[in-house]
Design a protein around this ligand. Structure first.
Ligand SMILES: CSCCC(=O)C(=O)COP(=O)(O)O
Ligand SMILES: [Zn+2]
Length: 214
């Protein structure tokens, strides 16, 4: 399927959903200093051919403008002529889509995801156990223990993207970048948002357990 063959209504729906999620996350303070990026995939998926709408780079994501999003292909190249630049981290989104076939990917920088990614960075994962919201990740086992993978953070984004396939765990819809932030995905925007909220809750609980020594 070529980008031009994707129905306009589907593209507009993706932009509408991205705007809604952007506003909600901005209200929570999840885009400090223009950090963070969001994307939603449109059209059919083949590992080497797919398209997604993504936030433009370097924008204040707490305000709405007509230049907030653009569509790119699997290589991260704009689908249409535009002066907008896609997120600097578009290649990470592209790699996650390629590996998982998911429908939406959200990335935020928070204090809790930064602190725990460093605390457990040498282990390669953040351990979490016995937190009810683990169920929001689709893991319903009693007293479930999970490991949230961590990859090193490099200035060179292709170097990070190369590490994504080795880090992704099939049952864990997220990956931390050390001292950077978290990438979370789902079949659609609703699910990706649920997963992100769950991860952030889990990370805060684990942080506070460490702080309290419980
Ligand atoms: C301003 S924080 C450094 C870049 C970053 O990590 C990020 O999430 C935002 O980059 P973008 O190009 O998507 O605006
Ligand atoms: Zn980032």
């Amino acid at each position: 399927m070529n980008f031009a063959d994707i129905p306009l209504e589907e593209k507009q729906a993706a932009l509408h959903d991205l705007r809604a999620v952007k506003e909600q996350f901005a209200a929570r303070g999840w885009f400090p200093g223009t950090s963070g990026n969001l994307s939603i995939r449109v059209g059919d998926f083949q590992p080497d051919q797919f398209y997604f709408a993504i936030t433009s780079s370097d924008k204040d994501k707490s305000v709405n403008t007509t230049e907030d999003f653009l569509f790119v292909d699997a290589a991260g190249e704009p689908c249409e002529t535009t002066k907008l630049r896609p997120s600097a981290e578009t290649l990470i989104h592209s790699k996650i889509y390629r590996m998982t076939g998911c429908g939406a990917i959200f990335h935020v920088h928070t204090v809790f995801n930064n602190l725990l990614s460093e605390r457990y960075g040498n282990d390669g994962f953040v351990p979490a156990q016995g937190i009810e919201l683990i169920k929001c990740l689709g893991i319903w086992e009693e007293n479930a223990a999970i490991r949230i993978p961590i990859v090193p953070n490099y200035a060179d984004i292709p170097s990070i993207a190369k590490l994504i396939p080795g880090a992704i765990q099939s049952d864990i819809p997220g990956v931390l970048l050390r001292n950077h932030g978290i990438y979370v995905w789902g079949r659609n925007a609703f699910e990706a948002k649920r997963h992100l909220e769950a991860f952030e809750f889990i990370l805060e609980v684990e942080y506070r357990r460490l702080a309290l020594g419980v």
